[in-house]
Design a protein around this ligand. Structure first.
Ligand code: U5P
Length: 297
């Protein structure tokens, strides 16, 4: 399907994945048009990634927001499953952003792993909680998070880990293919199309539709990403606009302008509601069933 020609293989080699083996997955697209790997189960060696992360003596950050009812409903399972599967054997610092620090569940942490709780004021609308994350993350990256981690993954809380999620996902900037949209034709993808919005993409623009439930990268790259999105969100607000998919629309605009250095297959953020698909071998993170009526205010 989308196997990289052998001439591009050298470019696809990255420190965390070793030599990628796209020929083991001829059924899926394993390479973008800008020669970045799309990592699927079977295309990388997790042991090489582990060794490289240890050699670099990395601290890996994982940020998550748990505001309002999202805390009680999802945070414990998210953290407990992360302790089983996320960057096992590496130094990890979790950053939980919430307006209820005292309610954060006590989850037993493995060696070299710690949890920091950061206060964030509660917005009235769920859309504002979601959009406010970019500004808060930007500030955190300028503060302690940016000093103690070298790479950071930013995730939604309403999901849980089901399989190994290791340093093979790390790169300068990391984008996640959206489970519902990865096999759609480009013209159908739900980008913001209102030209007045800072998030807008013109017809013909947009590579893939990326899911804001998982994105990441180096601290420097994430500072640029969060600053770009926070600025776009502010500009839209000043014009009385709100992009179709809120912060996710701005994230998609950013990754159109600044191509990600690694793309994760939908196995890294899968929804069982999509149904069985032959190319999904090993889902590693699963969305919780969407119960918006219960959690959104
Ligand atoms: N979120 C909250 N509380 C809210 C709305 C959103 O904590 O009231 C955070 C959660 O981390 C959630 C993410 O997974 O923003 C994306 O929101 P949603 O699209 O799942 O509603």
């Amino acid at each position: 399907m989308g196997v990289c020609p052998s001439a591009t293989m050298a470019l696809l080699r990255d420190n965390f994945t070793g030599v990628l083996r796209p020929w083991d997955r001829p059924d899926v697209l394993t390479c973008t048009s800008w020669k970045t790997p799309i990592i699927w189960d079977g295309t990388f060696d997790p042991d090489i990634a582990q060794q490289e992360a240890r050699r670099q003596n990395l601290t890996i950050g994982l940020t998550v927001f748990a505001v309002g009812r999202y805390l009680e409903k999802y945070l414990a399972r998210f953290l407990e499953s992360a302790e089983q599967h996320f960057m096992v054997g590496q130094r990890v610092v979790y950053y939980v952003f919430t307006e209820q620090p005292a309610a954060v569940p006590r989850v037993a942490m493995g060696p070299g792993r710690q949890l920091r709780v950061e206060f964030v004021a509660r917005e009235r609308r769920w859309q504002d909680v979601s959009m406010g994350r970019m500004r808060t993350l930007q500030e955190a990256l300028d503060g302690r998070l940016g000093r103690e981690a070298q790479f950071v993954l930013c995730m939604d809380v309403d999901q849980h880990f089901t399989g190994a999620y290791g340093p093979e996902v790390l790169a300068e900037s990391v984008a996640q293919l959206h489970a519902w949209h990865y096999h759609w034709p480009r013209w159908l993808l739900p980008f913001e199309r209102d030209a007045r919005s800072a998030a807008s993409l013109a017809p013909g623009e947009g590579d893939f539709y990326y899911h804001a439930a998982v994105f990441g990268g180096s601290v420097a790259a994430l500072r640029r990403l969060t600053a770009h999105c926070a600025r776009g969100l502010l500009l839209d607000r000043a014009r009385g606009l709100e992009a179709r998919w809120h912060d996710e629309s701005h994230l998609n605009k950013f990754f159109w302008l600044h191509k990600p250095a690694k793309v994760l297959s939908p196995e890294f953020c899968w929804s069982l509601d999509v149904g069985r698909r032959a190319e999904i071998h090993h889902p590693r993170l699963l969305w919780a069933p969407k119960e918006y009526a219960q959690v959104r205010t």
